[in-house]
Design a binder for this molecule. Structure first.
Ligand code: FDM
Ligand code: MG
Length: 237
């Protein structure tokens, strides 16, 4: 049991490009931790349910236009409006698995050409994650699907054929919202890279889903037991 024994919960953030598998992996990790009897909640940013979140959602769907700095500050405000609830959950022993956080905020806005220092400034004072798991997938990376072909004559003959290659960029959903373009995602990846610090663990997102899932479980369990007696801190940017 990683929580509820007097220690605080862990703030675990998943980051990565669009279509890197963050959302499925967060859901899998969440049900694993729940199954372990650990008090856990799954959060995501942007939180599209708040009034700020609805403005963000409309912007992402290209239903509204906003100046680059304005939308940046709205994304940040969307985290600030959740900060006190986040803190009380963590102090109350609940672990939070958060799909995107301040790193998305900085990497996506910086990829538009905004100054990094300017992008980081409104994030200062938000809670610092205990663990950031970065699901590393190249936007142009090919995902291989293997097919095993059996032939019954004269003996079983096993041929492993990579029948189909599919670009991550062509998986369902990509291209539907603002930012979901390969060139832009490449710039986002570069900015993510420059944000890596000691709390980051980079996981190869192109590995089979179950392998990635297993790695995340181990990272999360270690983090939860290690941070129980650690103070919550703020993002140092
Ligand atoms: N995004 C997300 C930002 O540009 N800034 C932020 O602070 C956050 C949290 O919003 F393209 C971008 C990243 C992504 C888009 O995210 C919507 P989801 O995970 O696809 O909902
Ligand atoms: Mg998306």
């Amino acid at each position: 049991n990683g929580g509820g024994k007097g220690g605080r919960g862990a703030l675990i953030v998943l980051e990565g490009l669009d279509r890197s598998g963050k959302s499925s992996q967060s859901a899998r990790l969440l049900s694993f931790l729940e199954g372990k009897g650990c008090a856990t909640e799954g959060w995501r940013f942007p939180d599209r349910d708040t009034s700020v979140g609805k403005m963000i959602s409309a912007y992402l769907a290209n239903e509204s236009q906003l100046d680059d700095r304005t939308i940046h500050l709205l994304f940040s405000a969307n985290r600030w409006e959740k900060r006190s609830l986040m803190e009380s959950k963590l102090l109350g022993g609940t672990t939070l698995v958060v799909d995107r956080y301040s790193y998305s905020g900085v990497a996506f806005s910086a990829a538009k050409g905004l100054d990094i220092g300017w992008c980081k400034a409104p994030e200062v004072g938000l809670l610092a994650p205990d663990l950031v798991i970065y699901l590393d997938v190249q936007p142009e990376q090919k995902v291989a699907f293997s097919a095993v072909v059996y032939s019954g004559y004269p003996k079983f003959l096993m041929v492993n054929v990579n029948l189909l290659f599919q670009k991550a960029a062509e998986r369902g959903g990509y291209g539907g919202e603002r930012y979901e373009r390969v060139e832009f995602q490449k710039r986002v990846a570069e900015h993510y890279h420059s944000l890596r610090d000691s709390t980051w663990k980079v996981v190869d997102g192109s590995l089979p889903m179950e392998t990635v899932e297993e790695q995340l479980r181990e990272l999360a369990m270690n983090c939860i037991s290690e941070c129980q007696d650690k103070q919550l801190t703020n993002l140092p940017w």
